[in-house]
Design a protein around this ligand. Structure first.
Ligand code: GCU
Length: 666
């Protein structure tokens, strides 16, 4: 059963319906294609593999026309990465904008067969909504993964690339099957050894890895150390220094001489103790543009992260508001970045909490390329020990109306480039994979990897539709099974929110590893993230009049809504306001009663999840069933821990009883 876990959603299980199998064979036993490229080759071998496994035949590939079957053509007039499939009188036509379009079209066909879609419904016209669809690996060369919850890296071990690349290739297949077209392969925190990824020591290995990904239409990027020049003998990394400029130009030449298809650099600078231009009194635009000039002759890009804030803020300092930081740093630089620089902006102003408002930098910037950054890895969301389906959370972000150009200027349209016509735009996310057989530790966390790719290909796909596709490809089509799993995954984000930190306040986790409850963990620490709970109330005042003024970073409609305690949505109330425990929410409940109720409810919902999953014992093989069950039981244990600690904490602060008289440890 490990095989099924490993194959994830590309299981290609044998088709049992004989009639369907014959129909598929009739249209796919011959494939006509005139063009060739490494990507088309990869597409054809995937098609052959899938058909062999599912339908027990392999297609004949020919360049001759006048054959029946599948006809693949490339039409330059179609947009890049697009494909158009038509089914007509037992012929299938796949016309694509380029070879990536062919690959995506082939994966579409394979998915339809796995989903048992009738042939007449294979026709489709698809174009990705986001030009850049990227993954960030946070792998270190010692073999660890920063915030990795699925075992060690399968890229590196003991400062070497792992020789057997089978898993890297299978990862490329999984990613490209969902439409991913770019990846950075090392941690954004670049340490000593990783600095060498752009030097001779590792360049041949990087090239080999880049070649594997490019077969699947995925451009490879590297995270770089901004202070690399100093590691290599220069006395400065000042972006305006001529020697520093020459250093990076030379690096770029060497890299592109080896790898013409190299994507570019990802940079975390002046952030959480990483070096950057600030040391030399330069700003982020000066810092990024210098690298961009070095990469420009080769079409390379610089992706520059906006996760910049004062991480040394002492808890005694009540003026600094970390939430403001990205906007305060980067908005004044709007328009100053070269056109091959792309900013990378986390979805919220803090750090991947269960609930945050959308970063106001999105909706703020007008003249700058940017990517929206999500985290598939569940750093603050149960670390792949808890079942949390993240697509519903991400979709809320994408559907958020920024009002940048008036009503209906949604995040999804801004990041797709549709509104501002940026040269580069799209979405990126921190990956959740590791060396565990099932890739993601929690088998159900595969859904987040799959869902991320599918959702950023088309943000209008519903969370349900995506989950359905994944469930059927992963566990089969039994109706009861499909419905039960859907009922488990859909509410799971809200469930996690219910038993953890309430009303948008976030954090409340143990410091540093970020797992499990610790209400005051960060409250008296120096990382600048507070809830300000005392005996009278809770929440952070971020209003214009009496607070940090963070609310003013939004356009008028959102500013007014968030800034006013009477209109601020319940789920974000404590992110924007400090209120008494007796404050009435729109729901009609008081804040304190809401805290009690959601925490009891969250645990009940996990119990319900387990009851539902238990009914699947005979419908899922033992190994996969047991592995999920084990994690669900642990989730229940932790949910109770969260419930009791949060409820007790707020009971002791407020002294207010639960109106339902449930057990709170006083
Ligand atoms: C979080 C995370 C770090 C990571 C950082 C980043 O703070 O805990 O591990 O390095 O985000 O996004 O750069």
């Amino acid at each position: 059963q490990d095989v099924l876990s490993y194959r994830a959603w590309l299981q290609y299980c044998p088709v049992k319906d004989e009639e369907y199998k014959q129909q598929i064979e009739a249209v796919l036993s011959v494939v006509t294609v005139k063009e060739t490229s490494i990507i088309i080759d990869a597409a054809l071998s995937e098609l052959s593999l899938g058909l062999k496994e599912m339908c027990a035949f392999q297609p004949a590939i020919t360049t001759q026309s006048n054959q029946n079957g599948l006809h693949i053509t490339i039409e330059d007039t179609q947009g890049k990465e697009t494909f158009h499939i038509t089914y007509d009188k037992s012929q299938l036509y796949l016309s694509a904008g380029d070879d990536r379009g062919v690959l995506y079209g082939v994966y579409h066909l394979l998915r339809q067969i796995q989903l048992k879609t009738p042939l007449e419904q294979f026709g489709v016209k698809e174009a990705p909504k986001n030009p850049m669809r990227m993954i960030n690996q946070w792998d270190d060369m010692n073999g660890e993964v920063e915030r990795g919850y699925a075992g060690k890296s399968f890229f590196y071990d003991q400062y070497q690339f792992i020789k057997d690349r089978t898993r890297v290739k299978d990862y490329a297949r999984l990613l490209s099957s969902t439409g991913i077209n770019a990846i950075s392969i090392n941690n954004v925190n670049v340490h000593e050894n990783e600095t060498d990824l752009i030097f001779d020591r590792y360049l041949a290995d990087v090239k080999q890895t880049a070649d594997i990904f490019s077969m699947y239409g995925i451009d490879l990027y590297l995270s770089i150390n901004y202070a690399a020049p100093m590691e290599k003998g220069l006395t400065t990394a000042d972006p305006l220094d001529e020697d520093v400029k020459a250093f990076w130009k030379d690096r770029a030449k060497v890299i592109y001489d080896n790898m013409p298809h190299f994507g570019g650099f990802l940079v975390k600078a002046d952030s959480e103790n990483r070096p950057g231009p600030f040391t030399y009194g330069r700003n982020h635009a000066e810092g990024a543009n210098m690298l961009a000039e070095a990469l420009a002759p080769y079409g390379g890009k610089v992706i520059w992260r906006c996760f910049v804030y004062n991480c040394k803020q002492d808890w005694r300092d009540r003026q600094t508001d970390r939430a403001r930081a990205a906007y305060d740093h980067f908005l004044p630089l709007d328009g100053e970045f070269l056109d091959n620089v792309i900013l990378q902006i986390k979805n919220g102003p803090m750090d991947f909490q269960v609930r945050e408002p959308v970063s106001p930098l999105i909706g703020g910037l007008e003249k700058t390329n940017y990517l929206l950054e999500f985290q598939i890895a569940q750093e603050y969301l149960g670390q792949q020990k808890h079942l949390v389906y993240l697509v519903p959370q991400w979709k809320e972000v994408l559907n958020f109306d920024t009002y940048q150009k008036g009503e209906d200027t949604r995040v999804k349209d801004l990041v797709s480039g549709k509104v501002l016509n940026q040269k580069h735009s799209g979405i990126v996310s921190v990956s959740n994979v590791g060396i565990d057989v099932n890739w993601t530790g929690h088998l159900m966390a595969q859904l987040n990897l799959y869902g991320y790719g599918r959702m950023i290909w088309n943000p209008d796909l519903s969370a349900e539709a995506i989950a359905l596709e994944w469930i059927k490809q992963t566990f089969g089509h039994d109706e009861a099974l499909v419905q039960t799993l859907l009922n488990i995954v859909i509410p799971s984000w809200e469930t996690y929110e219910n038993y953890t930190s309430p009303l948008g306040i976030g954090w409340m986790v143990n410091i540093s590893h970020h797992y499990g409850p610790n209400i005051d963990g960060y409250e008296y620490d120096n990382w600048g993230t507070y809830h300000f709970a005392d005996r009278d109330g809770v929440g952070v005042d971020r209003t214009k009049e009496t607070g940090s003024g963070y609310s003013t970073q939004y356009h008028k409609e959102n500013f007014e809504c968030y800034n006013d305690v009477t209109t601020c949505p319940d789920e974000l109330l404590l992110f924007f306001h400090h209120v008494p425990y007796t404050h009435k929410l729109h729901s009609g409940k008081t804040v304190i009663q809401h805290i009690y109720d959601t925490h009891f409810k969250g645990v009940e919902e996990v119990e319900e999840m387990i009851a539902r999953f238990t009914t699947l014992r005979t419908l899922i093989d033992d190994a996969r069933f047991e592995s999920v069950m084990e994690r669900l039981n642990h989730q229940l244990y932790m949910a109770k821990e969260w419930r009791d600690i949060v409820n007790t904490y707020f009971y002791r602060k407020s002294g207010i009883d639960d109106i339902h008289g449930r057990k709170i440890y006083a």
